[in-house]
Design a protein around this ligand. Sequence first.
Ligand code: AVJ
Length: 309
Amino acid sequence: MTGPAELDEIIDGLLRPEKMISPKYFYDERGSQLFEQITHLPEYYPTKTELGIMQDNMAEIVALVGEHASLIEFGSGSSSKTRILLENLIQLAAYVPVDISGEHLLEASDKIRLEFPDLEVLPVVADFTQAFALPGPKFMPLRNIVYFPGSTIGNFTHVAARELLNVMYQEAGENGALLIGVDLQKDPAIIEHAYNDSAGITAEFNVNMLRHLNEAFGFDFDLGTYSHRAHYDEAEGRIEMRLISSCDQIVTAGDAEILIADGEAILTEYSHKYTLEGFAEMASSAGFEIMKVWTDADALFSVQYCVRS
Ligand code: AVJ
């Protein structure tokens, strides 16, 4: 997971005119703990709202998915949303979590196996932005349901999100469907508060990325010299998270030297928010038709059931 190709990719991002580091580097062990804390913050509405939507509409979700489906989760699936699906879906043929981090995936899969001893759990170690081969369950599934919760789709630019939907379309196969959590555009103040919490956990989560890079790749980021900034760009419909340097400095990793100026920013995350129309249009360009949209009473978040059209 910490090979030279990844180091090259990180250095490449830091040498661009607009410095950036991929949000996938948030999630070392500490980063995953911090994200878990974020999901419980009063200002961070997405996780609890999505869970509420799933709970309130479970009967309908179960009816649409039908019996003997194979649930293919894009991501390693340790969330409470996955658990309530596994508890409620009827006669699942298999649960197939897909993640690039093998260690994390196998650990999460073992936990699921303990909790659901009758369920066939078939983890796939793969980069899900590219098509991958599905394992063959003992019981032939009636349909594949691709599950992508958490509005993780928001991390992708519109172009990349559409490509990912194309992969999901392929993996869903004939008769298949996609169940996806999509965060919605709303009063910008609500969104900005969710990414600028008063306890400062999101700030810690953001800076932790640099600590992770120091530890895993031998960078020498001076953690105390970067501050968190999260801004909602209304025209783009997205949160942009950055780390701002408080001085001129040089960061090194091996032979690489990167100059960072006082006040310069490193982009660490986009979190796109959609309108219902905007998401439907993108999904349709990847071959999906939105069959059902569930939202909360305040229309903060959506869970959508998309079928191959
Ligand atoms: C896990 C990507 C959905 O975009 O809201 C939370 C990550 N970043 N607070 C999001 C995150 C800052 C989160 N996703």
